[in-house]
Design a protein around this ligand. Structure first.
Ligand code: HEM
Length: 404
């Protein structure tokens, strides 16, 4: 338990951290990687370059400072991060390293303002926060290992099939190299892939959503090729070049952006671009297991060249009398227009959602690029959908979408 005094000091420094948070975490990562270059095998270098990881850590540390006396408020956030940590095989022994360099960074960035008393209070607070993460993650490791065909950390898988879904998206079917089956997962979850890119010093880790409904033999991920030169596309583009038989390391499915099966309210699955992947898994699972469940699948893409899974969605929807789908193209090609390959031209806007959302107390699952999610979530709120019924996931470190 943290003392009243420690809590008081930590809370009183929250505003400073809010202002200096990113500076502190940027300094923290730089010095930590200098002293522990082996950690570069774990962290996503692209997220580091874009500063997203620094922002994510800064946001969490600031929130932790604000809510240090009500740690239960942080639990949903902790769980989401813990899923990511577990999928990257972060261990209890890593926490003291992060703690040491975080405190050094606070001291060096704040200078004289960081008194011994403040640093002592933060050391205690970090210890308390780290203990919560370590405990939650320990339970997640045990759960992953105890599942049928489960395993701990990373395990070698092979690409057993590769299917082009659109000009830019290709699916990879991944099966364990030891010939065993795979554990089930909750639709919406992702796996981490760890890849040794030829000629690179450090391993690269990336998360990809599972795009098919669960089966016992293999997983399917569907990966978008990014424009050359963007750091984000490095691993995805490399994967596109990998042939059947190529070996990658995979960790067990993780993530809390999952379908709530117990909820009988209509489900709305709203995706943009490659954000379709977790929602397709949800759709296929719903129609296969519960054809009475109302589900509406809404997908937005630029046009048919980059639109993936059109047929798979149609076939899935056809399996249930309670499923329907809508397709929007923002820039349809002339052929798309001629053959009327879509339901509506444009973006998912307020008027469109009003026309298709029958019950605003349904469950809404949204996935796609950050601007897409921001727009759709704000429109759903305009329709008076309750915040707790809106679930979203974007690719990359969690960001607070309420931020400007
Ligand atoms: C991801 C916070 C400890 C390694 C994250 C994220 C946050 C976070 C907010 C982003 C989550 C997301 O993407 O959804 C924290 C806090 C910690 C802590 C508050 C301490 C109490 C650690 C430790 C390690 C670690 C000890 C290992 C050395 C990572 C990695 C990611 C991550 C590798 C994925 C980010 C990427 O590669 O882009 N953490 N973390 N974290 N964390 Fe932690």
């Amino acid at each position: 338990m943290l003392s009243e005094k420690t809590i008081g000091i930590v809370k009183s420094t929250a505003p400073v951290l809010e202002v200096k948070g990113k500076e502190i975490t940027t300094h923290f990562y730089k010095t930590m990687f200098e002293a522990h270059p082996e950690l570069l095998h774990i962290f996503n270098h692209a997220n580091q370059q874009k500063g997203r990881q620094q922002t994510a850590l800064a946001n969490t540390v600031t929130a932790a400072a604000k809510y240090i006396d009500q740690l239960e408020v942080l639990l949903p956030v902790v769980k989401q991060i813990a899923h990511k940590h577990r999928s990257l095989a972060i261990k209890a022994e890593h926490y003291p390293i992060v703690g040491e360099f975080l405190l050094k960074a606070i001291k060096e960035v704040l200078g004289d303002a960081a008194t011994e008393e403040i640093l002592q209070a933060w050391a205690e607070a970090y210890g308390a926060i780290a203990d919560i993460f370590i405990q939650v993650e320990k339970e997640m490791y045990e759960e992953a290992e105890q599942q049928k065909n489960g395993w701990k950390d990373f395990k070698p898988f092979r690409i057993v099939d590769k299917v082009k879904e659109s000009q830019s998206i290709t699916s990879f079917y991944l099966a364990p190299a030891d010939g065993q089956g795979v554990p089930s997962f909750s639709p919406g979850q992702y796996v981490s892939l760890r890849i040794n890119i030829d000629g690179e010093t450090y391993l690269q880790n990336r998360q990809y959503s599972l795009s098919d409904s669960p089966n016992e033999k293999m997983y399917r991920i569907s990966v978008k090729r990014e424009d050359e030169g963007t750091p984000a596309g490095k691993v995805s583009n490399y994967l596109h070049e990998c042939e059947i038989g190529y070996e990658v390391e995979v960790s067990a499915p993780a993530g809390d952006f999952v379908l709530d099966f117990k909820n009988r309210k209509p489900a709305y699955l709203i995706s943009g671009g490659v954000g379709v992947t977790p929602l397709l898994s949800m759709l296929k699972t719903i129609v296969a297991n519960d054809p009475e469940q109302e589900v509406t699948f809404i997908h937005a893409a630029k046009n048919s060249n980059v639109h993936a899974f059109g047929e798979e969605v149609k076939d899935s929807v056809a399996l249930s009398n309670h499923a329907r789908n809508y397709l929007l193209y923002s820039e349809p090609t002339s052929e798309d227009k001629r053959e009327r390959k879509y339901d509506q031209e444009g973006y998912i806007d307020q008027a469109f959602l009003e026309s298709v959302v029958k019950e605003n107390d349904g469950q809404f699952y949204v996935c796609g690029p950050v601007p897409f999610i921001k727009a759709v979530v704000s429109e759903l709120k305009q329709l008076e959908v309750k915040t707790e019924n809106i679930h979203y996931e974007f690719f990359g470190p969690a960001i607070n979408i309420e931020e400007p």
